[in-house]
Design a protein around this ligand. Structure first.
Ligand code: SF4
Ligand code: SF4
Length: 340
């Protein structure tokens, strides 16, 4: 285990940027903190849960995935390696879910081009980022148990540095990473993890709602009520680190050339499940909300078998940003109240 002074972090990132594209917390003019290409002028360590997860690094909101010119197909596959600095543990679990989705049935070469070989540096949460965090309930935080290269624990002026891979060891061989007494470090780490875990309250309604969904299903009134409230903005889907829906559109450029564009879509939009015949098996907003939450809380949890891998990682963003309060936290509480 090692120690890294916070004042040295920008120089470390500058050095790593010779090898990787570094995405790190960046303070924007309006005060928001978003992940962006490392720039020491806007880089910050003073950030909470960023409003957007880092999925757009691998799955841009809109991207041209291939072009066709005079019959010649040219895939546009990203090259180079990305290092994500400072992501939260829940968002790391979200990336695991994205990788599972985009590789389990067939290899998505466009996704792999962006995500393959990404190096992750997790900044653990020693306290909840806000009142909607429920990562402990979903086993996705507040620190990572696996799949990280480097993990940081805030100790005031410095980070305690935990290493999770060979590349993590290699990247921290610079002199600014001071060796730390192993026994002392283990003790501090155990204390910090314990404190962090206990600071984020468990939400018992999640397990209760999952049991209800597995059994009789939720009372239809839950979906009807939320269906009447939902304004179909798609916000909950776009801020969700585990949502994967997309659409493709072919754009004609000339009689023998064009391009295919892939863009985020949302299962809460009527057009997403409408079939070519015009029939829509999810014909009401209530049914679409039912489908979304059953995916999050039931189907993914029943079919995936990688421990913490989950359709919802408890980041709480859908509760933070839904303008009419239909986040997962509100949904599980309603399922329990109206069905039991
Ligand atoms: S469903 Fe909501 S709480 Fe769960 S991962 Fe998505 S945005 Fe976060
Ligand atoms: S954020 Fe809220 S209002 Fe918007 S689509 Fe999602 S559930 Fe509906």
């Amino acid at each position: 285990m090692k120690l890294l002074a916070k004042k040295d972090v920008p120089e470390v990132l500058r050095s790593w940027s010779n090898r990787f594209t570094i995405l790190s917390p960046s303070r924007k003019e309006q005060g928001d903190c978003l992940f962006d290409i490392f720039d020491k002028e806007t880089f910050t360590l003073e950030y909470r849960k960023p409003p957007m997860p880092q999925k757009s690094s691998f799955l841009p909101q809109s991207e041209v995935i291939f072009t066709v010119d005079q019959g010649n197909y040219s895939p546009l596959i990203s090259k180079g390696q990305t290092l994500l600095f400072g992501i939260r543990a829940c968002d790391l679990s979200g990336i695991r879910q994205l990788k599972s989705f985009y590789t389990r049935d067939r290899d998505d070469i466009y996704f792999r081009g962006r995500a393959g070989g990404t190096i992750t540096v997790v900044n653990t949460c020693l306290w909840p980022q806000n009142e909607t965090c429920f990562c402990t309930t979903m086993h996705s935080g507040p620190y990572a148990e696996k799949d990280y290269d480097i993990q940081l624990f805030d100790m005031g002026n410095a980070f305690l540095v935990e290493l999770g891979s060979d590349i993590g060891k290699e990247l921290t061989s610079m002199e600014v990473f001071a060796e730390f007494d192993q026994v002392d470090a283990e003790e501090r780490l155990t204390r910090l993890k314990h404190m962090a875990y206990n600071s984020i309250p468990l939400v018992p309604e999640v397990a209760e709602a999952m049991d209800i969904l597995k059994g009789t299903g939720a009372n239809d009134k839950v979906w009807e009520r939320f269906g009447r409230k939902c304004i179909i903005c798609g916000g909950c889907v776009y801020v969700c680190p585990t949502c994967t829906c997309y659409n493709v559109v072919d754009k004609t450029i000339s009689s023998d050339s064009g391009e295919r564009i892939r863009s985020w879509d949302a299962c809460l939009y009527g057009g997403f499940t409408r079939e070519a015949s015009g029939h829509n098996p999810r014909s009401t907003q209530g049914l679409r909300l039912k489908r979304r939450h059953e995916h999050k809380l039931l189907y993914y949890n029943m079919t995936d078998n990688q421990g913490a891998l989950c359709g919802c990682v408890g980041c709480g963003r859908c509760s933070d940003y839904c303008p009419v309060h239909i986040g997962t936290l509100e949904v599980v509480k309603a399922i329990v109240e109206q069905t039991s």
